[in-house]
Structure formats: C-alpha cells, structure tokens
Design a protein around this ligand. Structure first.
Ligand SMILES: Cc1cc2nc3c(=O)[nH]c(=O)nc-3n(C[C@H](O)[C@H](O)[C@H](O)COP(=O)(O)OP(=O)(O)OC[C@H]3O[C@@H](n4cnc5c(N)ncnc54)[C@H](O)[C@@H]3O)c2cc1C
Length: 370
C-alpha cells in the first residue's frame, strides 16, 4: 500500500504526533503491535504534568516540557480531559538537600518556570501540616492528568482528521526504497508492506530496535531499561496531603526519588523506585519485599504513613539512554537525513517528562519533516 506517513507506536507520543500531522498531511498510518493504544509506558507512569525544573538548561527535555505543559493544560481544558493543577513541593530534610533544592529553584527559573518559590518550614506547615521538611521548592504549575482520557482524545482527533490506526500489527522490517521506505508489518503469520515517504519511530521501549532494523542506529541510541515500581497507600491517608510531595532527586538523575502522588480520583501512591534491568527483560511485577524500602524512603518526610498502609500496585519501565553510572541524557529526536535517510525520524529515550511534552514533541517532529 502507498502511504505518505507511517508512525510506529500508539503511545501518548505517537498519538500526539498523529494528531498534529493530521492537520497538515493526509495518508497517515499508525502501526501498533498491541490491540489498542497506550498499553506500555504511557499507561504505567505517575500521570504528572511536570513544570520543567529538573532538566539541564537548553536541553530538549527542558524546552519541550515548559512548552508542552502549557499546551497540555490548554488541550485538557478545551477537551474536558480530567486534570488538576494541584502543585508540588520538593522537600529538603537536611542541609545537603536544602542546597539541592536551591539549585533546582535556580535551574527551574533558568528553564523558564517563572512561578517557583522557596518555602520556609513555617510556610510548608501552612500548606501541608502533616509533612516534615526544613525547606521546600514550591511549583504551583505542576499537575495531574487522566492519561487514558488524554490518549483517547488524541486518537479521536486523529481519526476525525483521517488518520488510519492499524492495531495488532508489528513493524518487523524497514528498507530504504527510492525516496522513501518499505515498512513490513506482521499480523499473526502474515506480512504486509507499506511504502511511505516519511517514517516516524515512536516505538518507546523498542525504538532503538526500530533504529537497528532501519539502518539508522548509532551506539549511543541503545536503550537501557529501568523499572519503576509503585505502592499504593491505604487507610484514608490520602487526606493528609493536598499537593504532590517529592524528595530531592537521586544523584545522576536516575529518578526523581520515591515521591507521593495523588491521582485524579484522589488515590495516594508512592513511587517509582529505579531498578536497572540488565537483560532488558519486560517485567512489570512489583516485589512485595520492596515494601520496607518504600516505607523507609518516605517516612522521614511523610511521617503519617505507616508500614501497614502500603501495598504493591503497578510498575512501568523507563526507556533510558542512561545506563548505571552515566549522567542525565537528553531525548533523541532526529530526522536522519544526514545519514542518507531523509524523513526517517527517530524518537529515542522518550522517558519522563515525555507525557508532559507530548504535544510539544509532536510540533517539533512536524518541524523536522522535509
Ligand atoms: C515509571 C514511570 C513514570 C513516569 N512518570 C511520568 C510523569 O509523571 N510525567 C511525564 O511527563 N512522564 C512520565 N513518564 C514518561 C512517560 O510515561 C513516557 O515518556 C511516555 O509515556 C512515552 O510515550 P511513548 O509513546 O514514547 O512510548 P510508549 O507508551 O511505550 O508507546 C510506544 C508504543 O510503540 C509500540 N511499538 C513498539 N514497537 C513496535 C513495533 N515494532 N511495531 C508496532 N508497534 C510497536 C508499543 O507497543 C507502544 O504502544 C514516566 C515513565 C515511567 C516509566
């Protein structure tokens, strides 16, 4: 079949790209191996709209997060997608953490997050009487979102604009052909082929493999899997906080630290931790033996949580470019024309804040098409 654009993957990023491109192009196909959208990382995350504090100045993560946050709030409002701008506190409980909080404040301001403030212990107590902290960074523009409702709306918009969704089909081969590509997809035992002028690789955890089969792979595109487990908090403890409460991030920014989030239904949960999966095995189990580790990592700033309040919930896997010992890496979003692969666009390492950035990523991808 002859098409104009093939998008690989119907996670939140592929869906946002499909919607954005549908305003400018026709003949767009989204190929997804699962039976519907968002069955992988996009439905296994904290559902937080980040404000843009954590990422190095000038990085795509910083730029697309600050832009994407505002676009996402506007889109949610226009389409009645459940969300709440509830704000977040990054808390310090000792002098070392206080220094980190101040550095994060400065980085956030540099990144264009203009509404940040530093709260004293007394001010923290006024906002959150049940937590313990000596200093906090307050981010009022952080929020929460119903990710499934967001993805449904993105898919609906794309379908209404003529995008075709091909579920239960896996991309298994890609060949460069004349000025485009032949994309082979497999459904059960059958193989079908699409020819496309533009191919967009938004395959999440498998985006480095797609780069491999297309011939566009480079060693620094290799992904590393880091599992993040969540535990839910019961016994009415969700009533004890009104904002999202985060500790300072882990060194090297492997994760934001086990934090407390409220979801749109008001459920309180802790997580995610960060467990390196050396053999890249997809494993979404939550280890009950990590309960104590979760309890201990939050008990100094969330003293109202008892050991018996927490239960294993779910896990997600971060598609990280960073392996153990590396420092933070930026998203790779690139038209591979310099390698001779014009209009083959790779999106690799779209970990957090990929959900927040999805609409801004989509516009950025549009700008890369030649
Ligand atoms: C624990 C955790 C917490 C997070 N918390 C947040 C947060 O609070 N806020 C935030 O902004 N971000 C957060 N993120 C990041 C966010 O979830 C991701 O950036 C985002 O979901 C990535 O979306 P995606 O569409 O790129 O990937 P995915 O959702 O993984 O979608 C990729 C799709 O490609 C499909 N696919 C793969 N290979 C093929 C193939 N060969 N053929 C066909 N289809 C294929 C897959 O089936 C999948 O559906 C978190 C991530 C994790 C893991």
């Amino acid at each position: 079949m002859d098409t104009n654009i093939v998008i690989i993957g119907a996670g939140v990023v592929g869906l946002a790209i499909a919607r954005e491109l549908s305003f400018h192009y026709s003949d767009i196909y989204v190929i997804e191996k699962n039976h519907t959208f968002g069955q992988e990382t996009s439905s296994r995350n904290s559902e937080v709209i980040h404000s843009g504090i954590y990422y190095p100045y000038g990085s795509l993560k910083a730029k697309l997060c600050v832009e994407g946050k505002q676009e996402l709030y506007n889109y949610c409002q226009a389409n009645h997608i459940p969300h709440k701008k509830i704000g977040k506190l990054i808390v310090a409980t000792n002098q070392y953490e206080e220094t980190t909080v101040i550095k994060l404040y400065e980085q956030g301001i540099n990144n264009g997050v203009s509404d940040l403030s530093i709260l004293s212990a007394a001010e923290i107590h006024n906002k959150e009487p049940h937590i313990q902290a000596t200093l906090a960074l307050y981010s009022p523009s952080t929020g929460i979102i119903d990710t499934t409702a967001l993805m449904k709306q993105l898919e609906t918009d794309a379908i209404n604009n003529g995008v075709n969704f091909v579920y239960r089909n896996e991309v298994v081969a890609i060949q460069k052909h004349n000025s485009g590509y032949i994309v082979s997809i497999q459904c059960e035992q059958q193989i079908f082929q699409f020819s496309a002028r533009v191919v967009i690789n938004s395959a999440g955890l498998f985006s480095d493999q797609i780069a491999h089969i297309s011939g566009t792979f480079e060693p620094h595109y290799e992904l590393h899997f880091w599992k993040g487990e969540y535990f839910s908090v019961h016994n009415g403890k969700h009533k004890y906080i009104r904002h999202l409460i985060y500790p300072v991030p882990t060194p090297q920014h492997v994760s934001l630290g086990v934090h407390a989030t409220l979801n749109i239904q008001g459920r309180l949960r802790l997580g995610p931790n960060a467990i390196f999966l050396p053999n890249k095995h997809i494993d979404y189990s939550v280890n009950i033996n990590h309960r104590n580790e979760f309890y201990e990592s939050v008990s100094h700033f969330l003293p109202f949580i008892d050991f018996n309040d927490i239960e294993p919930e779910q896990a997600g896997i971060r598609p990280k470019l960073q392996k153990p010992g590396d420092s933070i890496r930026d998203f790779i979003i690139k038209n591979e024309y310099e390698k001779g692969y014009e209009n083959f666009i790779n999106l690799i390492g779209i970990e957090s804040p990929g959900l927040t950035c999805c609409l801004a990523i989509a516009k950025y991808v549009k700008s890369l098409i030649l």
